[in-house]
Ligand binder design. Sequence first.
Ligand SMILES: NC(=O)c1ccc[n+]([C@@H]2O[C@H](COP(=O)([O-])OP(=O)(O)OC[C@H]3O[C@@H](n4cnc5c(N)ncnc54)[C@H](OP(=O)(O)O)[C@@H]3O)[C@@H](O)[C@H]2O)c1
Length: 274
Amino acid sequence: MKDKVILVTGSTDGIGKQTALELARRGATVLLHGRSVERGQTSLEELRAASGNVNLDLFTADLASQKQVRRLAAEVQAKYGLLHVLIHNAGTFMPQRELTEDGLEMTFAVNHLAPFLLTHLLLDKLRQSAPARIITVSSTLHQRAQMDFNNLQGDKHYSPTYAYNLSKLGNVLFTVELADRLRGSGVTANCLHPGAIDTKLLRAAFRGLAGETVAAGAATSVYLATAPEVAALTGLYFEAKRPVSASPQSRDLDLRRKLWDVSRRLTGLDQTLT
Ligand SMILES: NC(=O)c1ccc[n+]([C@@H]2O[C@H](COP(=O)([O-])OP(=O)(O)OC[C@H]3O[C@@H](n4cnc5c(N)ncnc54)[C@H](OP(=O)(O)O)[C@@H]3O)[C@@H](O)[C@H]2O)c1
């Protein structure tokens, strides 16, 4: 992986931090990302020491702010000529409904809209770097969600699990649609469930549930980022390094396209892949 440049969002903690560590150990240039400069610096130093890899860099942006997502993309573009792998790992679980500075429900904004926007802003770079891979950390909980366009913002009714599951279904619908729109470009898009992993997100969502280690949680992300045998696979949902069936909703073309159009509007993108 020595010549590969990989951005891992949400790599200051949990599964993302472990994913970054393992990619660093394989010699990749790893761009860490977090929302706190302090936690980012600490992670950067820790991961440099643990991996012996000096080619680690840090970018800071709160993904709840579209302005900051745009700044993050601009900084990555300016500093790196190539980007081979983009891992959308950052995620949040919000016990209470909160709105972002853009007036959007926080879970949907951070977990779905930020990956949608960041992907588009970095797409030219990924295409130039092809073969390239876009990997999104979803969850098996996407299977429990129903895409309800009348309540995307949780304003009709809200529960933390409703918002979280919906955002994770958004990850799957986005991945499958993105893969279709990118066919032939040399850029693949896949998503995954990491397992039930002992992190602060799991502890916030399911008190008392014993999770597996972050090493187990990072395994499928690392596999999708590195394995030669998945280089040509796209539009798939993985669990434990194997492609498995995602929610039947992911095969609903109208649903995917509708979410795409709504996401484009909510992120203020003039143009997306058609
Ligand atoms: N743990 C599980 O059992 C499980 C199961 C299925 C799916 N997942 C998914 O796995 C991914 C990683 O989660 P995790 O369990 O490792 O959780 P985690 O330990 O809480 O880590 C989440 C990471 O995302 C960052 N993040 C959260 N909100 C952000 C924001 N607004 N802007 C920028 N960064 C933000 C966090 O930064 P801070 O350090 O600043 O908080 C942290 O680096 C998520 O997408 C989650 O939905 C987890």
